[in-house]
Structures are given as structure tokens and as C-alpha cells.
Design a protein around this ligand. Structure first.
Ligand SMILES: [Zn+2]
Length: 132
């Protein structure tokens, strides 16, 4: 049976994690770059990335792979946070104006569409007039 063989083969393997997904994604990007560029650099990089991803997925050393993934997640925490909060930021930009207090440079978020309003800075309490 094919399925039994596959189950037996996969038994005890580490499987896919975020780091492997990233490696596959980076490998595919390299393959695409290879199509539009001269030389072997991206071709080799793509192969290396994909082979490394496969090696990790089928690895039986779970502790080591887990550690690698944790390291990857820690290293990319900042950029992943920025990517996931991007739609929220765009939504905010649509509904709010961000003004800077002319006195202390504090950033103040003001809802749009309220006409001319007096804003009181929450930090230094100075007042200024803006159109929202
Ligand atoms: Zn201020």
C-alpha cells in the first residue's frame, strides 16, 4: 500500500514549520529571479534553499529543528509584526489624520471629516487649530 508506506516514511519526521515555509518561499523567489537574471547564482541559491527546506521537513532531530525555528521566529518578529499590522495601519490612515504637535512634536491621531477643530496636545496641553 502506497499510503502505509508514506505513513511509515513520515513517522517521526519533523514536518513543516514557519522556517521551512520561509525557505520554500525564498527558494521560489530565487527561481523567479533566476528566470530574469543571468548567471547561476539564483539557481544555486534556489536549490540550496529548497534542499535545506526538505532536509528540515524530513529530519528526525526535532529538538534541533525546533530550536532553529524559534531562532528564526525571534529574528523575524519585528518584520512579521509590521507586515501583520499593515492592513490596520492602512485602515487608520483612511479614517484618521496624524498631526504633530507644533510645540512638542507629539503625534496626535484625529478622526477625519470633522472640519476645522481645535486640538489640545495630550502631552504639553498646547492648543492648535487644524482641518481634519
Ligand atoms: Zn505638545
Amino acid at each position: 500500500m502506497m499510503k502505509e508506506k508514506l505513513i511509515r516514511f513520515m513517522y517521526g519526521r519533523y514536518g513543516v514549520d514557519q522556517f521551512s515555509k520561509f525557505l520554500v518561499g525564498a527558494g521560489i523567489v530565487c527561481l523567479i529571479l533566476n528566470l530574469v537574471s543571468d548567471g547561476m547564482l539564483f539557481y544555486i541559491a534556489a536549490f540550496a534553499l529548497l534542499i535545506y527546506a526538505y532536509f528540515r521537513v524530513f529530519s528526525k532531530n526535532h529538538a534541533k529543528r525546533y530550536k532553529e525555528n524559534q531562532k528564526f521566529l525571534a529574528m523575524t518578529a519585528g518584520i512579521r509584526g509590521r507586515i501583520s499590522s499593515f492592513p490596520k495601519q492602512m485602515e487608520q490612515r483612511k479614517n484618521y489624520h496624524i498631526y504633530k504637535c507644533p510645540t512638542c512634536k507629539q503625534k496626535i491621531r484625529i478622526p477625519r471629516g470633522k472640519g476645522k477643530i481645535e486640538i489640545t496636545c495630550p502631552k504639553c496641553h498646547s492648543k492648535f487649530i487644524k482641518r481634519s
